[in-house]
Design a protein around this ligand. Structure first.
Ligand SMILES: *[C@@H]1O[C@H](CO)[C@@H](O)[C@H](O)[C@H]1NC(C)=O
Ligand SMILES: *[C@@H]1O[C@H](CO)[C@@H](O)[C@H](O)[C@H]1NC(C)=O
Length: 405
């Protein structure tokens, strides 16, 4: 009897603790900084529950379901959508300085474009990229936006024709503090493409564990899973019926996306606002058209720029560059363009030529006589800033950051 009682009690305990643990892939990390411990987790007010899954990067410390904001007051209709006020519903804070109230605005910019903007009502940095007007009117949007306030505020973006839920923020609440903003969404499928720039081993993202994809213009060459030169906080998802939608988050601070097997996607940034554009396709080509209508289209590149380019740093001196061009010709590889990297310059100053390349002007003439173009790379933009710092979603120059001699 005693041992039966014990078994029943044990079973009860197990049920209770199992109920308290969120499933592995519903968890949003409450201690993303280093040094996670149960003590630090509980001190922050979060839930600690070690996952049985090994090596999948499942957080043991995660946000409780009451974490986030609640709708405060009534929905206000605006000319192209609606807006809400949100009030903070938690005293849990990651890094302090959380906004107590937020403005949430849904703007139905066209039948195929939606903008969701979440701000704290104070002036904060917004990416100075001009967004083109959306064509086609907004009388019959392909989508609708639904909000929920239980257990906290979340919103859903639904494709009307199929009922597919394309975006659903009902996990992890919402974080909007001075230097840490975070929002998560459930995804309709695992067919997620984009989130550049980083090296991945397939175009379709991996979803077998929690993966973090930092977006930061570090000017870093391809290294497995690392961030590289540019920042493109956008993705495309193929839905179950083959429809596609695209999402871009207009933010140029250091940021990251985390893919979660549920499948879900977690987004974090350390500044700015949450300014999210949706493009509803429905074909992938339509998504690209709608996206480029918003951010601008790539100019048609000159024909020769699509040819064979020889571009590297490390020649050290002009003679070795000439030898490489010679070898290319000797191997009968056609060459349309030769690049000069920053090593051709005097102290890496644009528009200068250093001693090791002092005879470059004459060599460029020689290349030109053979029909080969020469591109010196350019380190700074005309306004004097180092290029990678700038959020470049509009390619201002089809040749990347080069000029042409
Ligand atoms: C949050 O508030 C609750 C109730 O007001 C309190 O019990 C709890 O200790 C607070 N937690 C933190 C981390 O301040
Ligand atoms: C490159 O080829 C030219 C033409 O054949 C030759 O004059 C020159 O010496 C070569 N230079 C080097 C560095 O290989």
């Amino acid at each position: 009897m005693g041992s039966l009682m014990y078994v029943v009690l044990l079973a009860l305990c197990l049920t209770v603790s199992a109920q308290q643990c969120l499933p592995d892939f519903e968890r949003i990390d409450c201690l993303p900084e280093t040094g996670a411990s149960e003590q630090a987790c509980l001190a922050r007010g979060c839930t600690w529950c070690e996952s049985g899954a090994d090596g999948l990067d499942v957080p043991s410390c995660y946000l409780p379901e009451s974490y986030g904001y609640k709708i405060d007051g009534d929905v206000e209709t605006t000319p192209k959508g609606f807006r809400l006020t949100l009030k903070r519903n938690t005293n849990i804070s990651y890094f302090g300085d959380d906004a107590e109230t937020l403005n949430f605005e849904a703007e139905f910019q066209s039948n195929t474009r939606l903008r969701i903007k979440i701000t704290d009502g104070t002036p904060r940095f917004e990416v100075p990229v001009e967004i083109g007007a959306a064509s086609g009117g907004n009388a019959n949007p392909l989508y609708e936006v639904q909000t929920s306030n239980n257990p906290v505020f979340s919103f859903k973006v639904v494709r009307k024709s199929t009922g597919a839920v394309l975006f659903d923020t009902s996990l992890g609440g919402l974080t909007f503090s001075n230097q840490f903003l975070q929002i998560a969404t459930r995804l309709p499928t695992k067919n997620l493409y984009g989130i550049g720039e980083n090296e991945q081993h397939s175009f379709r993202h991996k979803f077998d564990q929690y993966y973090t994809w930092p977006l930061y213009t570090r000017d870093q060459p391809p290294n497995s899973n690392d961030n590289m030169y540019s920042v493109h906080p956008r993705y495309t998802v193929l839905e179950n019926d083959g429809s596609a939608h695209g999402v871009v988050i207009m933010n140029s601070n250091a940021q990251e996306f985390i893919t979660i097997p549920s499948p879900s996607l977690l987004y974090r940034t350390i500044g700015g606002i949450l300014d999210i554009y949706f493009f509803f396709g429905p074909t992938p080509e339509n998504v690209v058209e709608q996206y480029t209508e918003a951010v601008g289209r790539t100019p048609l590149p000159p024909y020769w720029s699509l040819g064979f380019h020889l571009s590297r740093i490390g020649y050290g001196e002009l003679e070795r560059m000439i030898a490489a061009v010679n070898r290319t010709a000797a191997a009968r590889i056609p060459q349309d363009v030769q690049f000069g990297d920053s090593e051709i310059m005097e102290r890496q100053l644009d528009f200068t030529i250093g001693p090791a390349f002092k005879d470059l002007p004459a060599y460029v003439q020689e290349l030109k006589s053979k029909g080969i173009k020469f591109i010196p790379i350019q380190l700074r933009d005309p306004y004097g800033q180092k290029l990678p710092v700038i959020f470049q979603i509009i390619p201002s120059n089809p040749l990347g950051n080069g000029g042409i001699f």
